[in-house]
Design a protein around this ligand. Structure first.
Ligand SMILES: NC(=O)c1ccc[n+]([C@@H]2O[C@H](COP(=O)([O-])OP(=O)(O)OC[C@H]3O[C@@H](n4cnc5c(N)ncnc54)[C@H](O)[C@@H]3O)[C@@H](O)[C@H]2O)c1
Length: 320
């Protein structure tokens, strides 16, 4: 199979590229290296074609999409930090850029896997979050909701084109973590806490730390992505791709302190201090994993401790 991975130099994208290469598929990567890096592709580089460029360049997107069978669209401005700091360019990438990719798949009749996010559900208190649940969002004056809204537009567009024949599936990722996490910790609490623990700096927890997330090891994230894209039973559907084991941020920090043997204290930082006034967080985020299990036979199987241990091994090997 010939595949195009947009955002393939990023954290999840590069793991997906490695898997596709191991499976014997041809891979082309389109990435502007804004948050991704070539070092993420060092294992795969000899076997793939890397194109440095933006998904905002419709002509280039068209020429690459026309040459492949399946498109994995992962390129995006990712993470609440980015969205709050650069709301305009993030929105443009996540709407116009995605539109270019989706419309190109329609035009050339190519299969599309669209990467979406658990942020779609917003601040709903209904748990677990099921794919057809209502979305509950805050005001447009709060920048973070722009990420959720942009991804929802992409989903709507793909779903609308699916009614006209586009072969596509959508995956909503829940807090993926693992090797190659951005060491700046952008949008990733695991990367931030690991870096702080290993540098014996205070581990900063936003809010009171009782908020929970379901951390999903990257191999599981990739497995769910592949199944949604390649299994015909995934077609036309939206899937939560995540582990449903819930962990508070306080527990995560304790696990990281104990696994690293760090002497770091925990330091609480208010949301206002970190993100400015009017920031809203989601208290819990738990995926309903039944649809992915029933239709794709996908269950995230890596425990938090196993995933953290593997991430730590990578971190030590690459940062010392
Ligand atoms: N990491 C998570 O837990 C998580 C959770 C929910 C959704 N997602 C989604 O998964 C996808 C991958 O995210 P990630 O965590 O690997 O982040 P990442 O930042 O590592 O990857 C995004 C990649 O897209 C590239 N990119 C950004 N703008 C581009 C543009 N205009 N043109 C071409 N390339 C561009 C970046 O350089 C980067 O390599 C994204 O669509 C994101 O919204 C991730």
């Amino acid at each position: 199979m010939r595949t195009l991975v947009t955002g393939g130099a990023g954290y999840i994208g590069s793991h997906l590229v490695d898997r596709l290469v191991r499976m014997g598929h041809e891979v082309v990567v389109l990435d502007d290296l804004s948050t991704g890096s070539l070092s993420n592709l060092s294992d795969a580089m000899a076997a793939i074609r890397f194109v440095e460029g933006t998904i905002l360049d419709a002509e280039r997107v068209n020429s690459l999409v026309s040459e492949v069978d399946v498109v994995f669209h992962l390129a995006a401005a990712v993470g609440v930090g980015h969205i709050i700091e650069k709301p305009l360019s993030s929105l443009v990438t996540n709407t116009k850029g995605a539109e270019n990719v989706i419309e190109s798949c329609v035009h050339f009749d190519k299969k599309l896997l669209l990467a979406s996010t658990s942020e779609i559900y917003g601040k709903t208190t209904t748990m677990p979050m099921s794919e057809d649940d209502d979305r509950v969002l805050g005001s447009t004056t709060i920048a973070r909701w722009g990420y959720s809204t942009a991804k929802a537009i992409d989903e709507h567009l793909a779903l609308a084109y699916a009614r006209q024949g586009l072969r596509m599936s959508i995956v909503r990722y829940f807090n993926s973590f693992g090797p190659r996490l951005d060491p700046r910790g952008y949008g990733s609490v695991v990367a931030n806490l690991l870096r702080q623990a290993l540098n014996n700096e205070p581990l900063t927890i936003h809010g009171d730390g009782t908020q929970t997330r379901c951390f999903t090891y990257v191999d599981d994230t990739v497995e769910g992505t592949l199944r949604a894209a390649l299994d015909d039973r995934g077609e036309g559907n939206v899937f939560n791709i995540g582990n449903d084991h819930e962990t508070t941020i306080n527990e995560l920090a304790q696990r990281i302190i104990s696994l690293t043997g760090s002497t770091s204290p925990i330091q609480r930082v208010s949301y206002e201090e970190r993100y400015g006034m009017g920031f809203e967080d989601t208290k819990r985020r738990v995926p309903d994993v039944r649809r992915a299990a029933q239709r794709l036979g996908f269950v995230a199987s890596t425990s938090l401790d196993d995933g953290l241990t593997r991430t730590l091994q990578w971190w030590r090997a690459t940062h010392t």
